[in-house]
Design a protein around this ligand. Sequence first.
Ligand SMILES: [Zn+2]
Length: 151
Amino acid sequence: MILRELFAGNARFEGLRTELGASDNVLATRLARMTEAGLAERIPYGGTVRPRVEYRLTDAGHDALPVLHALAHWGAKHTAAPERARPMAITCTGCGRPTRSADWCTTCDRPLTTERTAWTRPGTGGPPIRLASVVRPASPGTHVQPKETNP
Ligand SMILES: [Zn+2]
């Protein structure tokens, strides 16, 4: 559930606690385990007077996207979870169709990357959360070149 929230851009402790309904101790312990396991990293913000942290997925965390999709599909099929714990609805942004695959859009036959996937929170009917808006860390040694534009 924490991974899901980080993919959805819910990166701060208070926001995670509110959305997940977790106690401070449980949430802090699980976030610490996730950072130790290399799935998320702590990013300071808010200056030096009252420094705070938010959590960001690492490359390893981003690579868990198909795992979350598989769990969401399984949960939708086999569980009757309370509304807040129901899986996100998964949509391919390439064709706008819902998908039942973990890693591939069977409608437009393309991979479901963070750039091509949107989620909708259960029971809300939207708006869709674009996963591409979640910052993906640059791999060490890589440099992102600005996209060339035609004059
Ligand atoms: Zn598609």
